[in-house]
Write a protein that binds this ligand. Structure first.
Ligand SMILES: [Zn+2]
Length: 174
């Protein structure tokens, strides 16, 4: 029986599979496994890109820079002291949260079904039968969007359909 994951945050921080909450998400420190070793979920959908790095840098830069400024103002150390204290601190503090952040983002992708935007093209059979570029047919435009003159010359069918619905709802209202 599958256990239900608690949520993208907890599951991701633990580095577990977003579907079953048990299988390992990572194969290395940051490298994702190809699929879940428990439920077999393919991790091919996962693409957090540089999201983890962005969040880590944004979250860590302020406290570390603040600390460095305080350190410099309070003790006025030579510059190389920063090189061996502040810089390693910044690198470690930025690297440590990368894995939980990446797990969280990948799990969020799965939970909220995030992906690249796709056009929801709904071709009806009549559209296919005419075989004409729909946007160039003025009669069709008139039929689809009677109350929206700016709808003329709309490049794709999706937009015409939207304006047609809009026109319909307008007519119902009045
Ligand atoms: Zn799984």
């Amino acid at each position: 029986m599958q256990t239900t994951p608690k949520g993208p945050l907890l599951t991701g921080i633990r580095g577990r599979c977003p579907r079953c909450g048990e299988g390992k998400l990572f194969r290395g420190f940051l490298k994702l496994a190809s699929r879940c070793d428990v439920c077999g979920l393919n991790y091919g959908f996962a693409d957090p890109a540089d999201g983890p790095a962005f969040f880590a840098m944004t979250a860590m830069s302020f406290p570390v820079v603040g600390l460095a400024l305080w350190f410099d103002a309070a003790y006025a150390p030579p510059w190389w002291v920063h090189l061996v204290t502040t810089l390693p601190l910044l690198i470690v503090l930025c690297a440590l949260p990368l894995r939980p952040l990446k797990g969280w983002l990948v799990c969020s992708q799965y939970f909220y079904k995030a992906g690249e935007g796709r056009l929801a093209v709904t071709n009806t059979s009549s559209d296919v039968d005419t075989g004409r570029p729909q946007a160039r047919d003025p009669r069709r435009q008139e039929r689809l969007s009677p109350s929206k003159p700016e709808g003329h010359g709309a490049p794709n069918h999706g937009e015409s359909a939207v304006s047609a619905n809009h026109g319909d709802s307008k007519r119902e209202c009045s």
